[in-house]
Design a protein around this ligand. Structure first.
Ligand SMILES: N[C@@H](CCC(=O)N[C@@H](CS)C(=O)NCC(=O)O)C(=O)O
Length: 218
């Protein structure tokens, strides 16, 4: 049975998995979560306890969580890319994947989520802290990213799938800036990588959804 993938073209975690699917050339049915397809939301709700996406369904079996989906694809539908290498390099890749999801994507989402709330429910203290933490994450990456080209060396891995959408959107919330040339160059390399280019282009029509106002620079 074919793979069904539920997500939205503007969603960062959807893009993270799409980058892996496209880079491997893995065939799948894309079930876009837009209002004209209510049946896709219904199916998502049946499997995802918080209604979060992306979701992969393989032969009726749901697989949730972007990192787990990519690991599942490597195990059950392998392509040319090794998303999580064996041994200690694999640990480094997993660590960086966690770093991008938790400290870049997570803080970016907190600021964006706050902007989507009604005025009275906003949390200025939490937003300030998330913005500061983005800078802490950027400083750590600037000091600790290797000479590349990719997060864990020469191969494009799970860590880069996580890095691409998280750095893409985080820079819209808090700019990386010229004082972090290594991180800025890494973001530029990611945005020139063909499956990432495709993810950004497919998300482009939805930029009016970005509550802080999408900048023109990307
Ligand atoms: N840890 C999850 C995070 C998924 C997530 O936050 N997805 C967002 C879209 S990028 C979502 O479902 N948002 C809808 C909502 O919050 O209701 C993963 O890695 O898949």
């Amino acid at each position: 049975m074919s793979l069904q993938f539920f997500g939205h073209p503007f969603s960062s975690y959807t893009q993270k998995v799409l980058i892996a699917l496209w880079a491997d050339g893995t065939p799948f049915e894309y079930r876009v979560l837009e209002k004209e397809f209510p049946e896709n939301f219904e199916e998502l709700k049946r499997h995802s306890p918080f209604g979060l996406f992306p979701l992969l369904i393989d032969g009726g079996e749901p697989v949730l969580e972007s990192s787990i989906i990519i690991e599942y694809l490597q195990r059950h539908h392998p392509g040319p890319n090794r998303w999580i290498p064996d041994g200690d390099l694999g640990l480094k890749v997993r660590f960086l994947d966690r770093f991008f999801d938790l400290y870049v994507m997570g803080n970016m989402q907190a600021v964006v989520g706050n902007a989507l709330r009604p005025e009275d429910d906003r949390d200025p203290f939490g937003v300030d802290r998330s913005r500061q933490r983005l800078h802490t994450a950027y400083d750590w990456l600037e000091a600790n990213l290797g000479d590349g080209p990719w997060a864990a060396g020469d191969a494009f891995t799970l860590a880069d799938c996580a890095a691409a959408p998280s750095l893409f959107y985080a820079d819209w919330v808090e700019e990386i800036g010229p004082e972090r040339p290594r991180l800025a160059a890494y973001r530029a390399r990611l945005l020139a990588h063909p499956p990432v280019v495709r993810a950004v282009e497919e998300g482009r029509p939805y930029r009016p959804y970005f509550p802080l106002g999408a900048p023109d620079r990307d």
